[in-house]
Design a protein around this ligand. Structure first.
Ligand SMILES: NC(=O)c1ccc[n+]([C@@H]2O[C@H](COP(=O)([O-])OP(=O)(O)OC[C@H]3O[C@@H](n4cnc5c(N)ncnc54)[C@H](OP(=O)(O)O)[C@@H]3O)[C@@H](O)[C@H]2O)c1
Length: 248
């Protein structure tokens, strides 16, 4: 896919992987719009990258998403919708709080992606060459038991992406559907995690390469060997990711 001159909307572009990817998309000659909930964070990002547009939006709220959609469409539309926002919680499934964590993760990591995709598809379908990108995770196929409901939300997203790609291949041949699958990444969200982490820069560079080369799945770093290990030796792969006590 040709990136120069195209417009991308990064859902969750104010920190971590989304924030890092801004400078890589700008370097490719793209126009960048980002959204997030925290207005202050958005302002700080805007002062660092004055050419981008920012929209304050909570993607778990349908009215916020509709407003953002209207704003984006009336200002010229987009060529790439990048669903990157995500929340993660370390918790025990034995606690009563499990349902609250699961609800928040499913709403942000999965249901919002469904909502945003169906809302933006009509306009995207009319353009020449466009992409829908989803930040999934290696835990989509290999759950990390210390983030149990997060893993389940990414498994839902992964399954959704497979069906979406299949359905769109018949409806809209101009739309690439890309699943970005990072292992643990060094961001604010994982600062308490002890596992080995890859840099946000590595993730952003792999994503750009994946987009340029029309890849459908972008496994980042060790996510790829883990994928194959899980396919052929599922119990071994599970025990490597979940060594002893699941609550770390
Ligand atoms: N870090 C990892 O190890 C890792 C590994 C694999 C996959 N991933 C996935 O990669 C994505 C980015 O992760 P990250 O570590 O970069 O996270 P992060 O630093 O916490 O950034 C998350 C971004 O999403 C936004 N966001 C969260 N909830 C939102 C909501 N309801 N509405 C709008 N925006 C929202 C945040 O802004 P506000 O808080 O201001 O809303 C922020 O811009 C996530 O989908 C995550 O699951 C991360």
């Amino acid at each position: 896919m040709q990136l120069n001159g195209k417009t991308i909307l990064i859902i969750g572009g104010s920190s971590g992987i989304g924030l890092e990817s801004i400078k890589h998309f700008l370097a490719e000659g793209m126009k960048v719009i980002i959204c997030g909930r925290d207005g202050l964070k958005l302002q700080q990002v805007k002062s660092k990258f004055p050419s981008i547009a920012t929209i304050s939006c909570d993607i778990t709220k349908s009215e916020d998403v509709s407003l953002m959609h209207q704003l984006v469409v009336t200002s010229g539309g987009i060529d790439v919708l990048y669903h990157n926002a995500g929340v993660v919680n370390v918790h025990s499934l034995a606690e009563l709080t499990a349902i609250a964590f699961a609800t928040s993760e499913m709403e942000t990591n999965y249901l919002a992606a469904v909502r945003l995709t169906s809302l933006f598809l009509p306009e995207l379908g009319k353009r020449n060459e466009v992409a829908l990108v989803f930040t999934s995770s290696a835990v989509a196929y290999l759950p990390a038991a210390f983030v149990p409901t997060y893993s389940a939300s990414k498994a839902a997203l992964h399954s959704y992406v497979l069906s979406l790609r299949y359905q769109l291949s018949a409806l809209h041949k101009n739309i690439h559907v890309i699943e970005l699958i990072p292992p643990t990444v060094d961001t604010e969200a994982t600062k308490s995690f002890t596992s080995k982490k890859v840099s946000v820069e590595r993730v952003a560079k792999d994503l750009i390469n994946g987009l340029k080369n029309n890849r459908s799945t972008v496994h980042v770093s060790i996510a790829k060997p883990f994928y194959y290990l899980h396919r052929f030796f599922p119990s071994l792969a599970f025990s490597i990711v979940n060594p002893k006590n699941p609550i770390r």
